[in-house]
Design a protein. Sequence first.
Length: 330
Amino acid sequence: MATPAPTPRWQRLWREAVRDPRELLGLLGLDAAAAGISEAAAAQFPLRVPRGFVARMRPGDLHDPLLRQILPVDAEERIVPGFGLDAVGDGAAKKADGVIQKYRGRALLVATGSCAVNCRYCFRRHFPYAGETAARDGWSGAVAAIAEDPSIDEVILSGGDPLSLATPKLAELTAQLAAIPHLRRLRIHSRLPIVLPERVDAPLLQWLSALPWPVAFVVHANHANEFDASVDAAMAALRGAGVQLLNQAVLLRGVNDSVEALADLSERSFAAGVLPYYLHQLDRVAGVAHFEVPDDEARALHAALAARLSGYLVPKLVREVQGDPGKRPL
């Protein structure tokens, strides 16, 4: 009888993620702050955070910018006009199960609903993943929808987080996509190399290296403190696999809403080999209004950033607006 393959280390670490807000605060020496946890918010959108990411948070600091991104709080339960369940029109842009097409030439595959970390500002926190993932029927419907449209030359793997899938599952998908002659590029959007850098292992790198297209790999970090030596190593390994690394961030009140924080993020990401790409204005999904930075303030921050840094370190300030042909510059 064959011996089962060992569980990859990244999957073991993911299973060991912190899921109890009180445990998280205890690890940070913040037990007294437990009264501020929102049980309702945690029930609606559960806490999940890898322990390695927790280790980058500042003990004793309830306002730590990494902690603020993942701790369920009472403000999420406020009903705020203008904040809804589908902030960016994903439902209206559905092309097939798990396939979203908003812009010419590009199709987004919702590869999975799983993530290694649940970010409180997530624009898909209310997304109906149970019936809207491209993995249904072995990817067949999603791949067929792309194959039938010769105008699509770029596929974006998103989610959830596509790297939460095992590498053989990703290889199964890209093997089917490789049979589509009009595809010219692959883009991968993933937060795992930041919050769980152990995901960048040998099988993943082998898969990336063997892909038949140029690959843009877009990671997601909002604060310089999200980078450490383990993330640097993961970024170096990804670059070694031949991918173009970009970072997209979200402008978040209390996390990175200062010129200093944004400049530090750009400098630190570039030092890790990641080019700043987008700085998104918040998508107005229900439960995230306390993170919002007004547009005028966002523009002033971006102008100050441009005056401070070299042009290639300044991400584009954009907002996603339903019906627009691309991200809207601000």
